[in-house]
Ligand binder design. Structure first.
Ligand SMILES: [Zn+2]
Length: 85
């Protein structure tokens, strides 16, 4: 769960939806790893075009992906940018 300041649009709060941990933010910049998921469920899903958002801290992400039958596909990012969230 992410909360942005209405005036400045700066990130002011980021909470892991799984464990409730509050992630560290300094001057609107997230200082920890986060897995931000935004899903738009399509017509053929049972959720009929509803949009879901959630965020996971790195620990919860690791726990979740450790249960996958098929492992996460990993690639190296050549350039780590500010806007790569
Ligand atoms: Zn967590």
């Amino acid at each position: 769960m992410r909360k942005y300041d209405k005036k400045t649009n700066e990130l002011e709060l980021a909470v892991c939806n799984c464990c409730g941990k509050q992630l560290l933010i300094e001057n609107g910049v997230l200082k920890e790893g986060i897995c931000s998921v935004d899903v738009t469920w399509g017509y053929f899903s049972k959720k009929d075009t509803s949009i879901h958002h959630f965020d996971l801290c790195e620990e919860c992400y690791d726990k979740l992906t450790a249960q996958f039958a098929v492992p996460v596909k990993e690639e190296e990012e050549t350039e780590v940018g500010w806007t790569s969230l």
